[in-house]
Design a protein around this ligand. Structure first.
Ligand code: HEM
Length: 415
């Protein structure tokens, strides 16, 4: 039996840290739950079927929530002043709705086709092995800094034409965007984040201009030259908006899934042995890790027209918070939902990438990176374990993105 829902506070850092009992209570007692005291009213949706239903109706449940993500940029003159030195923020993908969204999505899809991503496989494998070379003799590492951050940042930075010598900058910019998204930053942090965002814009426009003159085989060249049907190509502000999203969406989430996935393997040694003995399970295991980790724990929708969800009337002007992480542990969809089962038959139906109009553009790339990473980590490292006394296994306090702060591990070189 779970406690009455009213006894939990969704925004309480303790609940954000360990939300699974609350998710179960919400699914059982009120799968569409008006979060007490919220203005505008926020309805938290936690059941798999009701989230899927909401995702089918982008005209009622809109992604046009950029105002909610603006933080102080909406009202603080100091932050506005910094932002004004860059290009305007335009709604292209995540915070846009069809039909305008459709044009951008078509253009960006041309850079992320399965064919293009598959061609990156050997390059990703080489880099994964380079990262393993860097830690294997030490027998221990902090997995997030030494591996899980470096893989996605390097892949996307390479694909966006950023030289490896500038990658630290890239991570700083990515963190700046995430700080704004998290909704928990101080004024100083927001000012600093705004400056980073403007720096990122100036830097990327220069790179884009290089690609315009001299195209290469990378995502930046594809985006600069992307044209579908008779649509005009992306202008500078649109291109920057998309690049910004690729940077944020692709880094933090993949890092967090890699780290959370490795921890799941360590905590489930029988499953680690099973996957080592049968590496063909790794592809499905990545889906199962995504299901349980759901690194994008939830996403906003703005209610444009009065509607109804699961029998609950939803007024226009309110917000939905679609809690993908709760849907992915819904017992009506996943038997023994809290258990980690790399062989789970329906693991792949999870909502960790969302679904429908806004389903993650980078899903194929992220899965490729993770499959290649776990393949080589399990092949080359044996006896992977937690470094004793060095882990508290807590997560960053962030309502949208879930990720471990650190993961200290020890291992042996595989024979
Ligand atoms: C494990 C890794 C990842 C996870 C869990 C993830 C999760 C998500 C989710 C849940 C959404 C949908 C948001 C909504 O419902 O409104 C989304 C959208 C998006 N993702 Fe990812 N993502 C990941 C990796 C990536 C990568 C590698 C990239 C690009 C390099 C990327 C780029 C995007 C973009 C641009 C969107 C917006 C798409 C649109 O609105 O049309 N993501 N992602």
């Amino acid at each position: 039996m779970t406690k009455p829902l009213a006894e939990y506070n969704f925004f309480d850092p303790a609940v954000i840290e360990n939300p699974f009992e609350f998710y179960q209570a919400a699914r059982e007692q009120a799968p569409v739950y008006l979060l007490p005291g919220t203005k505008p009213p926020i309805y938290l949706v936690t059941s798999f079927d009701l989230i899927s239903e909401a995702l089918k109706d982008p005209y009622t449940f809109s992604n046009n929530f950029s105002a909610a993500l603006q933080g102080r940029a909406a009202y603080d003159d100091d932050v506005k002043k910094v932002i004004s030195r860059g290009w305007p923020q335009v709604d292209t993908l995540l915070t846009n709705d069809p039909p305008s969204h459709t044009r951008f999505r078509k253009l960006v899809n041309t850079a992320f086709t399965p064919g293009k991503v598959n061609r990156l496989e050997d390059y990703v494998a080489d880099f994964v092995n380079e990262l393993i070379d860097g830690i294997i003799d030490r027998g221990e590492c902090e997995f997030i800094t030494d591996f899980a951050v470096k893989l996605p940042v390097t892949v996307i930075a390479d694909q966006l034409g950023v030289p490896r010598s500038d990658q630290a900058l890239f991570k700083t910019w990515s963190d700046a965007f995430v700080a704004r998204l998290g909704g928990m930053a101080s004024k100083e942090e927001e000012l600093e984040a705004a400056q980073h965002i403007v720096d990122f814009q100036h830097y990327m426009i220069e790179k884009a201009n290089e690609r315009r003159k001299d195209p290469k085989q990378d995502i930046l060249s594809d985006l600069v030259h992307a044209q579908v049907d008779d649509e005009r190509p992306l202008d500078e502000a649109e291109l920057l908006s998309i690049l910004q999203q690729l940077l944020v969406a692709g880094n933090e989430t993949t890092t967090n899934t890699l780290a959370g996935g490795l921890l799941l393997l360590i905590q489930n040694p029988d499953q680690m042995t099973r996957v080592r003995q049968d590496p063909t399970l790794i592809k499905n295991m990545v889906e199962e890790i995504l299901r349980l980790e759901s690194p994008t724990s939830g996403m906003w929708r703005v209610v444009k027209k009065a509607g109804e969800l699961g029998g609950v009337p939803i007024p226009a002007g309110s917000m939905l918070h679609l809690r993908y992480a709760a849907a992915n542990r819904d017992e009506t969809k996943f038997a023994d939902a809290e258990a980690f089962d790399p062989g789970r038959k329906n693991a792949g139906i999870h909502l960790a990438f969302g679904r429908g109009t806004h389903m993650c553009v980078g899903a194929v790339l992220a899965k490729k990176e993770m499959t290649v990473a776990f393949t080589h980590l399990l092949r080359r490292l044996d006896n992977i374990r937690l470094a004793e006394g060095r882990n508290d296994l807590t997560h960053f306090p962030n309502v949208l993105l879930r990720g471990l702060k650190a993961l200290h591990i020890e291992f042996d070189r595989a024979a």
